[in-house]
Each structure stands twice: as structure tokens, then as C-alpha cells.
Ligand binder design. Structure first.
Ligand code: NAP
Length: 231
């Protein structure tokens, strides 16, 4: 690389398994580049990442654009979760403000397979209202969305979280399971059976990490109340 050219510095907006895979690949493929992954800081002990890591919000699109300029970022890649809409919108605007090349790596949504019993809805509110009375639901959502379901006093919820929540969950009747999603349909099947789950509520995130529960539901013939991806 000529001495007068800035060092290649890639900023990956991460927090997903795909972003971690991308960081590993870029570190291996571009040994002279700086590869930085940005995390929101929601998980207390995130899995180790290849390259550098920075944590915490930037302060909106302007803050992200400032970070890009101050840190000599030469490429911005949005590899965040498909339902993390704010940071993705900020990324588009920040790349424009800072004038850096920008790429989006969004997972494709899961496609319904033969045997899947999906009740597809547009919003989390519709998902909440679609749960039948007396159901036992695996609520596979981020902690910020759990409160929406607190009006369903007639339902037992099983909530899985990586970290112990700081505040007790606002759900009237629930079981908290600490841990990451099971890596295989067999592991997820054990969870579904152990808690006598009758329904799963989740969003169509796509990707491998969260798919095992969908496969398990298919094998068990369980209905999945699936919030669709909107453009
Ligand atoms: P969000 O609503 O789009 O973002 C809210 C704010 O959090 C953003 O405005 C930004 O703050 C900060 N932020 C989000 N992602 C960031 C990142 N990678 N680096 C630095 N700051 C970030 O996002 P969210 O739904 O809360 O998700 C937060 C993070 O968790 C994302 O990185 C996402 O990839 C990951 N994640 C989300 C889900 C999900 O279900 N939504 C699932 C798995 C992983 P400032 O405006 O201050 O910059």
C-alpha cells in the first residue's frame, strides 16, 4: 500500500453471529487492514470477536458519522440484526454524511418449509393477540419487547435470556431460562417438551443461530406465531 494512502479500516456494525463470521473472514483475508466490530453493549459477556471491538451507542447518525471520520474508517458494513432498524437507518445516513463506501449484509428471512405451522402476523401486537387462551408460549424475543405481552394474564410464558435481567420481568405468569439458543433442533425439542410449550412467538430474523427452534417446532407440529419481515 502506498505510504500516502490511509490504512484500510473497516467498521462492522455487529451483534450477530454473521457479523462475527464476517470479522473473522476479513481479519484472515485482509491482514494489513484494521477490522473493528461495533457492539451496542446489550450482552454483558459477548463471545470473543476477531479484530478490534468497540462498545456502546454512537449518538445517532451524526455521532456515527463523527466516529467514522475521527477513526479513519474507509468502509462501513451493516451486519446488524434485521429487526435492529434504528442502527441500520443511522448507518445509511452516517455513510452519506461521512462519504464512505457502505454495504448491507442482511440475513434473508426464513422461508416456510413443508410441515411448518406458521401463523404469520405483521406486528408484535398482532402476535400477542394471536396467542390462544391458556397457551404455554416460548417467547423468543429481545428483553425490550417482553413488556408488550404482560396483558396476557391467561398465558404462561417461557422466556430465554442470555443475561439475568436487571429488573424482574413484567409478565404475570412466566419461567425465565438463562442461556443462549440451543444449537440444534434436538436441544430445542428438549426445552419445548420440558416446558410443555404449545406455541412459539418469534420474529422472522433469518440466520442459523435461531433456526433450531423452528426446526424443532416443525418436527413436533407446534404452531409458530411469526412476525413477518417488513421492507
Ligand atoms: P436498534 O433499535 O436498531 O438500535 C438502538 C440504538 O442502539 C441505536 O440507535 C444505537 O445507538 C445503538 N446500537 C444498536 N446497534 C449498535 C451497534 N452494533 N453498535 C453501536 N451501537 C448500536 O437496535 P436493537 O434492536 O436494540 O439491537 C441492538 C443490537 O443488538 C444490534 O447491534 C443488533 O445487531 C443486536 N441484536 C439485536 C436483536 C434484535 O432482536 N433486535 C437480536 C440479536 C442481536 P446510537 O443511536 O446512540 O448510536
Amino acid at each position: 500500500m502506498p505510504a500516502d494512502q490511509p490504512r484500510e479500516t473497516v467498521l462492522i456494525l455487529g451483534g450477530t453471529r454473521e457479523a462475527a463470521d464476517l470479522a473473522r473472514q476479513l481479519v484472515a483475508d485482509r491482514p494489513h487492514a484494521r477490522i473493528i466490530t461495533s457492539l451496542a453493549g446489550r450482552t454483558k459477556e459477548p463471545a470473543p470477536l476477531a479484530g478490534e471491538v468497540r462498545t456502546g451507542g454512537f449518538g445517532g447518525a451524526e455521532g456515527l458519522a463523527r466516529y467514522i471520520k475521527e477513526n479513519g474508517i474507509t468502509q462501513l458494513i451493516d451486519a446488524t440484526h434485521p429487526f435492529a432498524r434504528q442502527i441500520s437507518a443511522n448507518a445509511v445516513e452516517a455513510a452519506r454524511l461521512a462519504g464512505v463506501p457502505f454495504e448491507i449484509r442482511t440475513r434473508t428471512p426464513w422461508a416456510k418449509q413443508p410441515g411448518d405451522n406458521w401463523i404469520e402476523v405483521e406486528t408484535l401486537e398482532e402476535a400477542r393477540d394471536a396467542i390462544p387462551e391458556g397457551a404455554r408460549v416460548l417467547l423468543a424475543l429481545g428483553s425490550q419487547h417482553i413488556g408488550l405481552f404482560s396483558s396476557r394474564e391467561d398465558v404462561h410464558f417461557v422466556v430465554r435470556m442470555i443475561d439475568q435481567p436487571e429488573e424482574p420481568l413484567s409478565l404475570p405468569d412466566h419461567t425465565l431460562v438463562l442461556g443462549r439458543p440451543g444449537g440444534s433442533a434436538a436441544v430445542e425439542t428438549m426445552l419445548l417438551i420440558a416446558h410443555s410449550i404449545t406455541h412459539i412467538v418469534c420474529r422472522n430474523s433469518g440466520g442459523k443461530a435461531a433456526y433450531a427452534k423452528i426446526e424443532a417446532a416443525r418436527q413436533m407440529g407446534l404452531p409458530v406465531i411469526m412476525v413477518k419481515r417488513t421492507p
